[in-house]
Design a protein around this ligand. Sequence first.
Ligand code: NDP
Length: 493
Amino acid sequence: MQRLNKIVLFLFVLISIVIGFRLMKTKAQRQSRTLSKNLSYDLGYALRQDNVVPVTIVGSGPAGLSAALYIARIGMKVLTFTGPVPRGQLTQTTYIDNWPGTESVLGVNLMNDMQKHAEHFGATIVNDTITKIDFSTWPFEVQTDEGYSFKTMALIVATGATPKVLGIPGESEYWGKGVTTCAICDAFFFRNKEVVIAGGGDSAAEMVFELIPYVKKVTLLVRKGSMKASQSSQQKILSYPNAAIEYYKEIKEIYGNGQTVTAIDVYDNKTKSVQRRPIDGVFLAIGHDPNNKLVQADLAVDEHGYLLMQGRSQETSIRGVFAAGEIQDPYYRQAIVAAGEGVRAALDVKEFLYEIGFSPELGVQLQKHFFQDFSNDSMQLQEIVTTQELEKYVLKAKGLVVLDVYADDCPGCMKMLPVLEAVASKLKDSVTVLKTNMTKISKTIHPKLWYEPYNVQIRRIPAMVIFKDGKVLDMTTKLFSKRELIEYLQKFL
Ligand code: NDP
């Protein structure tokens, strides 16, 4: 009898948890549906407003650019905001060998082609980040980091996902000083060094291939007894004499000397023992979190923060707001799937706009009242290649000089270039902005010898070194928006 009571009690608790969880989920959905119900979707009102665009896309990865291509091709004005990672995560990888119809293509080339294709049909790509969307009014009101504001009748959220971090001691302290999530950006700085990678998926395998040409040894630390990565990648890893895979291993703490990583504590979850290991670099490839900050308060999300779709459509919990790519896909996470979802979102947008009575012809009317100018003024930056040029244009120059250290074979390392080109044009009377390509430099001299004359240790790129009258004032690897960079530089003027 007592046993029966226990079982009944257990079942009661279990059912309560499940019901509680479902109620939590549906509460978010109910809230945003209520918001949606209050919207009038009055096309006449929208057509009388200034600065209204039919479609806005947040994010320019495969999902965002495929959606842009389809919408532009219908003949509708579409603004695509690149956000902090223009052209998305594929620009941070090397070769892609599973894009149908192409045996092997560089991620960055594929994405550049996708952008050109969308622009060919008339899509506008804006190098800015959307910082606020007001979903309580229709057309939805949008604000950008650069201070622009406008309204949009439909919106596609394609903000993707961001690599996860371990959250262990030492990780944030040594971030950019030996701890990183971007092998392609930072491999240079680990020449003849010993590094580990945390993770066992395809991203971790990719990292091995990116690091192999540079490092003395790379070890994959996999927390389970098997890897998630494809069999062919696992075999390829084992074919390198300077690559190893260790199972049941987790990094518990990262140590350093203040400047750079020197050791890690590795926990063996089979033997339950901890071992301290000397190491020069820690690369993380442990999955991703959805980039939902902009919308999670208004749109229904699941327990992991991924946007919830309505049935088999790409529509979110608010009518007129759609999503595509990793922001709503915790399962498939493939570029080709994201691109497909971008197309689905574009077709759903078209249906929504037609339902409220809109058409490309009416778009001409909107166009007449669209005064917001998103054209980005920018100027070419002078390239510094030799140490003589460094001496002349940087170390002996008067005034404020910004030196951008990038690498042209690492798309992630070129992230600051468009921002710097725009800022250089804006501050041309008070700041000189120059660039130096580490790929070019490292063919002739060791990167260390390049930055030793100005006594700054660069451990990851892109990096910006700020000089005033030839003296170093600061060095940063932070990624700035145009507005943030202007504010940052004005401190030194
Ligand atoms: P995955 O989710 O596939 O793999 C994450 C890995 O990290 C797993 O081994 C996981 O271990 C491990 N992990 C997660 N959290 C921790 C932690 N706290 N500590 C230690 N290890 C941890 O992510 P990926 O980014 O590798 O891949 C995402 C998707 O993108 C996949 O579908 C993949 O196929 C795809 N992809 C495809 C590529 C290609 O085709 N060229 C390249 C890169 C990615 P566990 O297994 O124990 O959970």
